[in-house]
Design a protein around this ligand. Structure first.
Ligand SMILES: [Zn+2]
Length: 174
């Protein structure tokens, strides 16, 4: 029904996302990742962007601060975005994550019906998008996400590596 009342061409008026948009939003996620690392969290950041290019939510990891094993950046950002739009379905949104999401977060992205996931560096150990599992485009699920891996991959990877290097150093000193 509602379709009848939508002016034709409205879809086209929304500018298509370009690689440079992806890099822009990944930088927003990277800022959140850096802020998380300064609080002692693993530096992963995520943001949720609507189809018209509005930032709905941005978050870094908060597992330690929140004392919550589910408070990964993606989950925190999805919760905030759902609150923002007043809908647990986030269809037509794009999620940017600095690191390939884990199984929990990849599952949440499917649950939220996110349209597209762009991520930075792969997580060879626990990545559940392409590396270890393929949760976001499994043919048995009734929702598949479009995937854009490798956005600012090097910057995202460097941030992780620097964090773990510093943590190892601190442990050796102890
Ligand atoms: Zn996760």
């Amino acid at each position: 029904m509602s379709k009848t009342f939508q002016p034709q061409g409205q879809q086209q008026s929304v500018p298509p996302t370009t690689p440079s948009d992806d890099e822009h939003w990944m930088r927003v996620a990277l800022v959140a990742a850096r802020a998380a690392s300064e609080l002692g969290e693993v530096p992963v950041g995520a943001c949720v962007v609507s189809s018209d290019g509005t930032l709905l939510a941005v978050a870094g990891n908060r597992t330690r601060i929140n004392c919550d094993p589910t408070a990964h950046a993606e989950i925190v950002a999805l919760r905030e975005a759902a609150r923002q739009v007043g809908n647990y379905r986030l269809t037509e949104t794009i999620v940017y994550s600095t690191i390939e999401p884990c199984a929990m977060c990849a599952g949440a992205l499917v649950q939220a019906r996110v349209k597209r996931l762009a991520y930075g560096a792969p997580d060879e150990r626990a990545g559940a998008v392409a590396s270890v599992f393929r949760v976001c485009d499994a043919s048995s699920l009734n929702h598949c996400l479009e995937l854009t891996p490798g956005v600012l991959e090097e910057e995202c990877r460097n941030m992780m590596q620097a964090f773990f290097r510093a943590r190892r150093k601190a442990r050796i000193k102890e």
